[in-house]
Write a protein that binds this ligand. Structure first.
Ligand SMILES: *Cc1c(COP(=O)(O)O)cnc(C)c1O
Length: 356
């Protein structure tokens, strides 16, 4: 590749993060969540490094089939279930576990011609109001599904809206208890935040996503600083030009930055067309040649600008870490008013990826 930008996937970090999840929830099995092409890391690139997991969870049928075609034999969970009843044939063929969240899916399951029963996750709406049955419907739904020949093992599942908060799962847990009373149902409730911070929600299967990739479910990297979780992706590039500014000189589109004094700046080959957030204001951290500095002015399509004042030794060819070990993806995300999840999913197809 001629342009120096690259996204590096760290296989050791993926393995380590899975180990940390297991330590956090030692009595639970683990669904490693790999939706959105493994949170942007690439399912094919991460599969073997997460292969110690008990199952993979995602929501795209094509990605599930891709996993089977790569030889994955353990469970696969479709987090949003099937979107149309004609997909049941493929769920059957590829032996996929499906979430069931709506009445039409129960009907479709009842009418399908399957070679063997499918395991299902019955989704409860515990307050988030996206997917799932209301707690007062659950008994009825459960009994209906239990009576179907096409249904194998059944697990109760819900998703938390704010498990990163200390009291964030109290109310949803009450709804789960209410709904599950007398059912003796295995449960899967915990996303990353609940896996780390709410052991009372662990039960039979946890469903971590973001922590496997080494970013914080709260958006604050300090919240995971002591855990040993490591960034699974770094985005790096190089300084491709240097400018010496005079006092008052403007920089970039809209001259959003003006130098106060004489100042050396570097132009880095990374822009919003690579997935770096255009909303990141000047002052967003970046590491140049191992030294922490910050961005200046507007992010453009293919370039961004950095202050070289703290690193006078840096010049053309100096390495730039946009995010990774030294600059956490959560820092860049919060500077840009978003979350690490979005940035890792948004790395553009034009960025070359290497796995080490
Ligand atoms: C995305 C998702 C998860 C994982 O969430 P993280 O916050 O990344 O851990 C778990 N369960 C469901 C249903 C999801 O959609």
């Amino acid at each position: 590749m001629s342009r120096p930008i690259v996204a590096t996937i760290h296989s050791a970090a993926l393995r380590q993060n899975l180990t940390i999840v297991r330590r956090a929830a030692p009595n639970s099995r683990v669904w490693s969540v790999v939706k959105a092409n493994g949170y942007g890391h690439g399912i094919d690139r991460i599969l073997q490094h997460l292969s110690d997991t008990d199952g993979f969870a995602l929501l795209n049928l094509e990605e599930a089939i891709q996993l089977r075609e790569r030889g994955w034999k353990k469970p696969i969970l479709l987090l949003e279930g099937f979107f149309h009843s004609d997909e049941l044939e493929l769920l059957d063929r590829y032996r996929l576990t499906t979430s069931v969240h709506s009445n039409w899916q129960i009907k479709a399951l009842a009418q399908a011609q399957l070679s063997a029963p499918l395991d299902i996750y019955v989704k409860l709406n515990s307050g988030m109001n996206r997917l799932g049955f209301m707690p007062e419907q659950l008994h009825n739904v459960w009994q209906k599904l239990r009576a179907l020949e096409n249904v194998g093992e059944m697990t109760l599942m819900t998703h938390f809206a704010e498990a990163e908060k200390e009291d964030g799962i109290i109310e949803p847990m009450k709804q789960v208890e209410r709904a599950a009373e007398g059912l003796n149902a295995p449960r899967s409730l915990a996303n990353s935040a609940a896996t780390l911070w709410h052991p009372e929600a662990h039960f039979d299967w946890v469903r971590p996503g973001i922590v496997l990739y080494g970013a914080s479910p709260s958006g604050q990297w300090q919240d995971i600083a002591g855990t040993g979780l490591q960034p699974a992706m770094s985005l790096t590039s190089e300084v491709i030009a240097v400018q010496q500014l005079k006092p008052g000189a403007g920089v970039g589109y809209g001259y959003r930055y003006h130098a106060q004094t004489e100042q050396r700046i570097g132009i880095v080959a990374c822009g919003y067309a690579d997935g770096y957030p255009r909303h990141a204001p000047g002052g967003t951290p970046v590491v140049i040649d191992g030294v922490r500095t910050q961005t200046i002015g507007a992010v453009s399509m293919d370039m961004l600008v950095v202050d070289l004042t703290p690193c006078p030794q840096a010049g053309i060819g100096s390495k730039a870490e946009l995010w990774g070990d030294r600059v956490k993806i959560d820092e860049v995300a919060s500077s840009a008013g978003t979350v690490g999840y979005e940035l890792m999913c948004a790395v553009a197809p034009r960025v070359p990826v290497e796995v080490i």
